[in-house]
Design a protein around this ligand. Structure first.
Ligand SMILES: [Fe+2]
Length: 280
């Protein structure tokens, strides 16, 4: 038999993954993963102590984090840019349609049904924001009756799911566009927030000297018959974290400019149009 060595161990592990019945895609992913992991170990010349640290980190990552419904594993893939990289690879980002972004862990499918112009949440401290726009296809033709699901934080950077002081469904809504493809609703200006940093992902960010902030945003999910659904996030243009989002999800095309109106109590307006691609 041939002794296992630094030079042949990768090949041996890959060969063991082909049991004759392995699905070709599973084998492709397995092969690449083994190659990259082995190369990584060799490249950094990983010590036994560092391997143990890595094992502990992975075991801590698997523990549930009560502050994060999707858990530490999702958060880790977000802060390593893996979630957004997969999103970029799998969605159309060619400038013809609105660019997509991560769904995130705060989506709920059964948000309250709202009527055109409704206010989506209660927040006495927030600055009022009136948002409007159109949904159209790539030729500019309006899409009537498109479902728009919207969710965001309050003015303190908290979602209803994270905050017992907010009623369930606060700053969430489901709207339908009118015959002109128009939507409009009332809300408050959202606030940037830190992802939960009490677990191993937060510990890693601290070791790297990285902050935990996501720039303020409003989440949107748009669906219409005959069109590919779009999940995205829209960001106020004045947020200080646009260039350093901890989840790497900001696109220059998904930034909105808020117009301030100086009344006795100032409020803001903004417009944002969405373009959907027809299903192939
Ligand atoms: Fe979010």
């Amino acid at each position: 038999m041939k002794s296992i060595s630094i030079d042949n161990i990768t090949e041996a592990v890959i060969k063991h993954g082909d049991g004759g019945k392995t699905h070709p895609r599973v084998y492709e992913i397995y092969t690449s993963l083994v190659k990259h992991l082995h190369n990584f170990v060799k490249e950094v010349n990983l010590s036994e102590q560092e391997l143990d640290l890595g094992r502990n980190f992975i075991s801590k990552i698997a523990h549930p984090n009560p502050q994060m419904p999707d858990g530490e594993i999702t958060m880790l893939t977000d802060i390593l840019g893996i979630s957004q990289l997969v999103d970029l690879l799998q969605h159309q980002h060619d400038g013809t349609v609105t660019e997509s972004a991560l769904l995130g862990p705060m989506y709920v499918a059964d948000a309250p049904e709202r009527k055109m112009g409704d206010c989506i949440g209660i927040d006495e401290d927030g600055d009022k924001l009136f948002m409007t726009g159109y949904v159209s296809d790539t030729s500019g033709k309006p899409i009537a009756n498109a479902l728009i699901e919207v969710w965001q934080t309050n003015s303190k950077g908290l979602y209803d799911l994270q905050n017992p002081n907010q009623p369930q469904g606060n700053f969430r809504g489901r709207f339908h566009t009118n015959t002109d493809g128009k939507y409009t609703f009332e809300t408050v200006v959202p606030m940037n927030y830190g992802i939960p940093a009490n677990g191993p992902s937060g510990e890693m960010l601290r070791l790297l000297g990285r902050h935990t902030r996501r720039p303020a945003h409003i989440h949107f999910k748009l669906s219409a018959k005959g069109f590919t659904s779009l999940t995205t996030q829209i960001y106020p243009s004045d947020d200080p974290y646009l260039d350093s989002d901890t989840s790497f999800a900001v696109m220059s095309s998904t930034i909105m400019k808020l117009q301030k109106h100086n009344q006795s109590k100032p409020f803001y307006t903004t417009e944002f149009d969405f373009i959907l691609s027809p299903t192939a």
